[in-house]
Design a protein around this ligand. Structure first.
Ligand SMILES: *Cc1c(COP(=O)(O)O)cnc(C)c1O
Length: 455
């Protein structure tokens, strides 16, 4: 069993020459037989079970999971082309794999465009889906042949006219995001009372508007929001057509959930609603190209993070009322006793300033599962033992760095390991190195052999 990165380094993925023979290096040289890559459980065991194991936190990424999500997308939304939202996780191995699968890309900045182009992706496979773009980034898009971009205000139209007058523009409309965890309508999207004026401005500037986009917001817990948004898009399509635009492009945005979503509609449920609504409002044969910008959908469940319990504090719970009086004396009604059911504060080596920034920025809640306890490997198993209340903290000196406020687990000791599933989206991409703590490394594997055919 091997980690893919033993045969290829992540940096090599961004260099064309090193990439060219990637496929042959991912199969055994002599026989051309596929190398056996381990399951997530096996790879984790390899990392944490040896006596001399490193204590650094690490991710295991399973490209097989990305592949299964890709296959499901095409099965359930065959008429919608996915453009992966790079911001969600710009991991070079993921980008390379998705590019090879034929997935296109939603980029929001010069650097994201550069990253995708460096993989050898044709510029026509990129949409610059940021409605408020820096002029130099628009210029970069112009110079590199990226034509599709979104807008939602008149100033942007004037800027685009000046820098990239031949751009193919997509009008981002405001949707009802009241049922989403990450509400994006606060920042972006033209409301339906201004779309007419905006289209008229584009017309006056002789700009080419090709279609409409929306983003229902991420963590959307109402599948109906997608249907409602498609209706709004149809309204703006008709507005545009009546102004003489030949609209033939619909971008239904992102916000499609991870398969591990705990509450809210599942992808199959959302896909079913979309199939019906799209068939009604943008039927096959109407000549409209339909795309989407899934981010978390592809990568959330593909990444599992393992962290080491590097410190802990036992909390005395029955502490009476200890206080210091104005004379500086300790006063207490009942002396603190260490009862036989203490609580624990566990400190692990990745935190809110690192991969767990998703707790702050993406409104996620995470649950530690026991990976290794008292020398015993426990991946995928329920550890049955007396449970203790605990809180879990990251490694920095800031008290905001709290991963779990309060829950219960069997007692953990220093040196034990925990793991967190579903950690692929909005985690390492926004991690900082605050306080000198490094970002966690990624090990890659695949649980689908057919993944290797796509390198
Ligand atoms: C963030 C973003 C996405 C991806 O959102 P997910 O919830 O990860 O699917 C897609 N499109 C745009 C414009 C975005 O800003």
């Amino acid at each position: 069993m091997k980690n893919i990165l033993e045969t290829v380094s992540a940096n090599e993925l961004t260099s064309a020459s090193a990439r060219s023979d990637l496929k042959s290096r991912l199969t055994a040289e002599e026989t051309r037989e596929p190398i056996e890559f381990g399951s997530v459980a096996e790879l984790m065991a390899q990392q944490v079970m040896p006596e001399d194991a490193s204590e650094e936190a690490f991710f295991v990424a399973d490209l097989g999971e990305v592949y299964r999500q890709y296959v499901q997308w095409h099965a359930l939304l065959p008429s919608v082309e996915p453009f992966y939202a790079v911001k969600c996780n710009p991991d070079p191995m993921i980008l390379h794999f998705l590019a090879k699968l034929g997935v296109n890309f939603d980029c929001a900045s010069l650097k994201e465009i550069e990253m995708v182009l460096s993989l050898g992706v044709d510029p026509c496979r990129i949409i610059f889906a940021n409605p408020c773009k820096q002029a130099s980034h628009i210029r970069f898009a112009y110079e590199n042949g990226i034509t599709m971009m979104t807008f939602d205000n008149a100033d942007e139209l004037h800027k685009i006219k000046r820098i990239h007058p031949t751009a193919q523009l997509v009008l981002r409309v405001l949707t009802d995001d009241s049922k989403a965890l990450c509400k994006l309508g606060l920042k972006f999207g033209a409301s339906l009372d201004v779309t007419g004026t905006l289209l008229q401005t584009a017309k006056d500037l002789d700009l080419d508007v090709i279609g409409v986009s929306f983003h229902v917001g991420s963590g959307c817990y109402d599948a109906g929001a997608f249907a409602d948004a498609v209706h709004r898009a149809r309204f703006v399509f008709d507005q545009g057509m009546s102004l003489g635009f030949n609209l033939n492009f619909l971008d239904i945005g992102g916000g499609f959930p991870s398969p591990m979503i705990k509450n809210g509609p599942t992808f199959p449920e959302i896909a079913a609603i979309l199939r019906t609504t799209l068939a009604q409002l943008f039927p096959p044969g109407c000549g409209v190209r339909i795309i989407a910008e899934p981010g978390r959908y592809f990568v959330s469940s593909a990444f599992t993070l393992a962290c080491n319990v590097m410190a802990r504090r036992m909390v005395i719970r029955d502490s009476g009322t200890t206080a210091i009086n104005t004379d500086g004396e300790i006063v207490n009604d009942s002396a603190p006793t260490m009862d036989d059911h203490p609580a624990f504060m566990y400190y692990i080596n990745d935190g809110v300033y690192g991969s767990f920034n998703c707790i702050m920025f993406d409104h996620q809640s995470v649950e530690p599962l026991i990976l290794k306890r008292r020398g015993v490997y426990a991946y995928g198993e329920k550890v049955n033992d007396v449970r203790y209340d605990y809180s879990m903290w990251g490694p920095t000196c800031d008290s905001i760095d709290c991963i779990v406020k309060s829950d219960s687990l069997p007692e953990l000791n220093i040196g034990d390991w925990v793991y967190f599933e579903n950690m692929g989206a909005y985690t390492m991409c926004a991690a900082s190195q605050f306080n000198g703590f490094q970002k966690s490394n990624v090990l890659y594997t695949t649980t689908e052999q057919s993944v290797l055919e796509h390198f």
